[in-house]
Design a protein around this ligand. Sequence first.
Ligand code: CTP
Length: 399
Amino acid sequence: MLSGKNILLGITGGIAAYKTANLVRLIKKSGANVQVIMTPDAKEFVTPLTLSTLSENPVHSAFSDEDTGEWTNHVELGLWADIFIIAPATANTIGKMANGLCDNLLMATYLSAKCPVFVAPAMDLDMYKHETTAENLKKLIINGNRVIDAQVGQLASGLVGKGRMEEPEEIVMYINNYLKEGLVLQGKRVLITAGPTYEQIDPVRFIGNNSSGKMGYELAEKAMKLGASVTLVSGPTHLNADKTINRISVRSAQEMYTEVLENYKESDIIIMAAAVADYTPAQVESDKIKKSDDHLEIRLTSTKDILRHIGGVKSDNQLLIGFALETTNELENAKGKLKRKNLDMIVLNSLNDQGAGFGHDTNQISIIDKSNKIEKYELKSKSEVATDIFNKIISLLNS
Ligand code: CTP
């Protein structure tokens, strides 16, 4: 996939910089052209001569050549690149990228680049864990960069933990996979809700539901592979999300509402696949409820309908997609929700269809769009269903 592509590699000042010699060699071997930009500190860890020899191109580092005074055109470098990889990315560079600072050639090129940017962080474990680093990485993802998560292992400090740069072979494979999928949603931001919500009754009990979150996670993965930058607001599940997905974990309907509200404005496509509780205990007991009478009554109040709220406030250029899980009068109920909640389309799954709905790896859906056009699909894996849903979304985007 990399053959013939122009790859710009930004190297910053961390010990993992020594691995970039191999990274350049691997990229070259896959038939791509490579140019390297180093920050001044990166040169302490690997020599420009090594990288220029391996890349068969001069290495860029300063805004101008010391001897000739010739300017290094960062705009041109940014436009030349089909893919921009920043590896290793130190905490310092990640902070600069997140905040638009521009005190070296690498940062100027990053701000000028129009291509997909991949960032492979490397730092000591406590720096990686620090809230500021986490916030900065989140900003990078929201801004459309792809973060190739650091790995757990022995670090330069002698400590063992998360912070090792991903291995060059893995970085190349990651980019290859990314290119394979086709990037029709490049530049789009997708917000997805997934999983159940848990409504606390007392410190040890909650009201939940059977949603596994699988459908929402498959949708998030698909959107990511299509090139979108994805935020996944997830209720409690055991599922793992891809490293490049900005997952926000929530528990209750109220928390999910708050996070969706926080994130929907920047989203082009909003998909609400979560099984949100419609009711929550009116009051959370601070102590465990003791067994006393034969009956226990818990008063419930309704939660906010997140989908309906967003339907009321979204702008015309945002696509809003809801889900409906029905047991009776499926099509009529789903059409009602589509209209009531001001959706662009609704995905209906009926619990009457075998293999569809909660907990299964398969699903059988119908999609109803705004013009009330109904499309019924076969029983398929949830991953294939995610593809069908995105094919429909893409056709709506293009219509
Ligand atoms: N939904 C939501 N917030 C809620 C309840 C539901 O965002 N508080 C969203 C779900 O994520 C789903 C859609 O609304 O996309 C449909 O949910 P569903 O529970 O089937 O619909 P309701 O409107 O709650 O109707 P009912 O329970 O009466 O079927």
